[in-house]
Design a protein around this ligand. Structure first.
Ligand code: KG4
Ligand code: ZN
Length: 358
């Protein structure tokens, strides 16, 4: 499957994303023109439960997928007969949703007799900046979402070197779980960021897990536990910190941890490749305090910083279509089986002493 597959600039790829709580479809040309990118979010459905419920998500993907593909075709002003290839997230993610997207893509590919591509969702995030900015290989990626927190050297399509991953919770989970503890809504990141505006970031002392450690891995579950303890104490006598102080302090702690790990990764990357570009992708990249912190850190290390626009940072299908286009490889077989786990760098060393996520 490594042969170069011929695609001219006008080759139109339909992308489908359904691995978490967004059902998305996009149409992207091989030259990088985005004709459409539609996203149907399930956020409201899951908000009542304080997080994504896999069974509900799978059903919601099934309900939304045809409509989202139709909307993408309508926005692009084309019919399904104009599509030259179809790519869907094949993992990692919630398997029910991945199956819905995969089966839909295979059905379209079969009915139209066009190539089908199974895309690694993480590769979609990893290559997404190249859709909007002239970022050249190799670059360093900090992927920070609700499901993943990873530092990766991106050498090229299909060629990744994982420097670090989380030993427990993802950074987005630290926001979401803390927000739940504090009685704020889901998703927690935007709620915490909003509350933090009125707070003092030095108001509540919180730990910085793994800060200064001599590797590039992350850990966030201790922060969530500290938030639970401090939140319970807020109501008690003698503690004059406010919920806004706690929100601001949590945001600062997460920003500190991300900046510290990214700094170590930039040093490691620069030792081999020289200073280059740090790209931040994933929903947490939307956070202003985290952006500011990483901007300073990148500048000090001599790296440029690229943060794709918010619609491209969060889950979308344009990045899935683009990853398939970037690969320029022969299509995948129709018997591709969806993968709940699918690491980008299968040879990466696990974090010390713990199990690892994909
Ligand atoms: O990439 P994404 O849309 O979905 C996946 O997890 O794949 O990321 C969602 C995560 C959630 O955990 C959400 O709380 C977090 O990104 N997030 C934020 C902000 N906006 C979204 N975290 C901090 N600050 C924000 N402004
Ligand atoms: Zn994602």
């Amino acid at each position: 499957m490594n042969d170069t597959f011929l695609m001219n600039d006008t080759f139109l790829m339909l992308g489908i994303e359904s691995s978490c709580d967004e059902t998305a479809a996009a149409i992207v040309a091989a030259n990088g023109t985005i004709l459409a990118s539609e996203v149907a979010s399930q956020m409201d459905i899951h908000a009542a439960h304080g997080g994504v419920v896999p069974e509900i998500a799978a059903r919601a993907h099934l309900d939304a997928i045809d409509m989202v593909i139709d909307a993408a075709l309508a926005t692009a002003g084309i019919g399904i007969e104009a599509i030259d290839g179809v790519a869907a997230t094949g993992g990692p993610g919630l398997i029910g949703g991945v199956v819905v997207g995969t089966v839909t893509a295979k059905a379209i590919a079969t009915a139209r007799d066009i190539p089908y591509y199974a895309v690694n969702h993480l590769e979609g995030h990893a290559l997404s900046p190249r859709l909007v900015a002239p970022v050249t290989f190799p670059y360093l990626l900090l992927l920070v979402s609700g499901g993943h927190t990873q530092l990766l050297a991106v050498h090229g399509p299909g060629d990744y070197e994982r420097y670090g991953t989380t030993m427990d919770d993802a950074a987005g989970e630290a926001f979401d779980k803390s927000a739940k503890i504090m009685g704020l809504g889901y998703p927690g990141g935007p709620a915490i960021e909003q509350l933090a505006v009125a707070g003092n970031a030095a108001g509540v002392r919180l730990p910085r897990p793994l800060k200064g450690a001599d590797h590039c891995h992350f850990s966030f579950s201790g922060l969530k536990t500290a938030v639970a303890t401090r939140h319970a104490a807020l109501a008690g006598a003698g503690d004059d910190a406010t919920p806004a102080d706690l929100a601001a302090s949590l945001q600062a702690a997460i920003a500190d941890c991300l900046a510290d790990r990214a700094r170590r990764a930039m040093i490691r990357f620069a030792a081999t490749h020289g200073a280059a570009t740090l790209v931040i992708a994933g929903g947490v990249a939307a956070n202003r305090a985290i952006f500011d912190r990483l901007e300073t850190e990148a500048a000090e290390a001599g790296f440029g910083l690229v943060v794709p626009p918010a619609w491209l940072c969060t889950d979308n299908a344009a990045m899935i279509a683009w990853a398939a286009l970037e690969r320029r490889q022969a299509p995948d077989r129709l018997d591709f089986a969806p993968r709940p786990r699918w690491p980008l760098d299968p040879d990466a060393a696990p974090p010390p002493g713990r199990g690892v996520r994909a």
